[in-house]
Write a protein that binds this ligand. Structure first.
Ligand SMILES: [Zn+2]
Length: 218
């Protein structure tokens, strides 16, 4: 069960479809784990439906109706079976559904690179304009040196857990950190911890021992 959730405004923006790609991905992954927010989203969708019902309706054109009916009729069982087969082929049980396109073969198959003794990172999507979408993997009991963030960092825990001075985080937990937060995360002893992170700017090491790494994190 998740204890750290996106706020209601974020969920309303998710339902309205006004969030950016990376924010939509983070919320979708959180929803995969969180029944409470799934129910909140259903309530917001129902509310949106009531509001839309109050608006003057647009009649659906005959062409659009016929095209939709034709596409449903053409979806023969053989086509459906093939699609399901492809879905099964790519589906990996430890990867939440919204991430499966980015991580089709499971976490172990990713090209991880070692960033620190206990920490591996894999950038799963890089766009020159947008923030960086990465996975971080911490060994059981691994401690990440004290650091802060130059911009916002959003995290959703996917596997295992970690703690810092502000709390203990488990699968599904959604966190937002920025330059005001300095923390030193420690992974749970029981298993490795894998997190989805979206960073607007790279980390900035504040622990003296690791400050030499800052130029390499940019
Ligand atoms: Zn939630």
């Amino acid at each position: 069960m998740s204890n750290f959730h996106p706020d209601q405004t974020k969920l309303a923006e998710y339902v309205a479809g006004t969030l950016s790609y990376h924010e939509t991905l983070l919320i979708s992954v959180h929803l995969h784990y969180c029944k409470e927010c799934q129910q909140a989203v259903q309530r917001l969708e129902a509310l949106g439906g009531v509001l839309l019902d109050d608006l003057p309706g647009e009649p659906v054109g005959e062409d659009l109706l016929q095209a939709t009916l034709a596409s449903i009729q053409n979806d023969e069982p053989v086509h459906r079976a093939r699609r399901e087969e492809v879905g099964r082929y790519y589906r990996h049980p430890e990867v939440p559904a919204p991430l499966q396109k980015l991580v089709p073969r499971g976490f172990d198959a990713l090209p991880w690179r070692k960033l620190l003794p206990h920490l591996q990172v894999c950038d799963i999507e890089l766009s020159p304009q947008g923030p960086k979408i990465s996975l971080h993997r911490i060994r059981p009991g691994g401690r990440i040196p004290r650091h802060t963030h130059r911009g916002s960092e959003y995290t959703v825990v996917l596997k295992g857990g970690f703690s810092d001075a502000l709390g203990d985080y488990n699968p599904g937990d959604y966190l937002h950190r920025d330059a005001d937060h300095e923390h030193e995360p420690v992974a749970a002893e029981s298993e490795e911890c894998i997190c989805l992170t979206v960073t607007e700017d790279p980390l900035k090491m504040t622990s003296w021992k690791w400050r030499w790494m800052n130029p390499f994190l940019s």
